[in-house]
Ligand binder design. Sequence first.
Ligand code: ZN
Ligand code: ZN
Ligand code: ZN
Length: 267
Amino acid sequence: MGVGETDMLPKQESPESNIVKCIFDKILEVELGKPVDFELPDSFRRWKPTDYIAIKRNIYLTKRRIEDDGIFCSCSPSLGSSSVCSGDCHCEMLFSTCSSSCRCGDFCRNKPFQRRALKKLKVVKTEKCGLGLVADEDIRQGDFVVEYIGEVIDDKSCEERLWKMKHRGDTNFYLCEVNHDMVIDATFKGNRSRFINHCCEPNTEMQKWRNDGETRVGIFAIRNIRKGEELTYDYQFVQFGADQDCHCGASGCKKKLDEYLFEGSAK
Ligand SMILES: [Zn+2]
Ligand SMILES: [Zn+2]
Ligand SMILES: [Zn+2]
């Protein structure tokens, strides 16, 4: 059994730097006096969201940071049990996957990124939100669904890319701000996680995990999801284009995605 501090589950925080939002504020500042116009309907219609290169791991265009957090657990496999590190594992509680410092062995349940027991998922055309991703099997609350991967860029390249996107009139982008100088951009390269749509009452969430010293982002089910249900998350870290109406249909729906994006510029 692990070190039990079950009531001390750390809350995941949004990135401190908020670089993507800062850059947007800057872009908007330059445009002061005229209406912000990210909306280019023609290019939007021409946009083919399927045009991306499928990859299996993050591709680093910036230096990969490995920081040993020194976290390990003292779980050990018990006789007759086929699982260890599920429940009160110290590593799991700290959003750190088990490593070679742990003695939990082959039956460890806390290796979501290494094990890659990926859920069956299907890209579908949704009624109102373009393409979306649905579960092709039942998924249980707490299950690891898929990793959010893409090109890992620093804040400077992130800014350059955002400017280019603005000039091209792109309204869809796939930026996940992880840490200072670590933004995962799934615009050009990624996996099917990039098709997950926003919902104000989502069934999955993004979690930042430490895996062998590297920060990785996983999408986890926050309730049971039935086969055929569309996967959604609240775009907590991911930024999206302006002028996108939200059609999630949840009772607490915020209706407009851009309110969040541009909240800082309305002052
Ligand atoms: Zn453990
Ligand atoms: Zn462990
Ligand atoms: Zn373990």
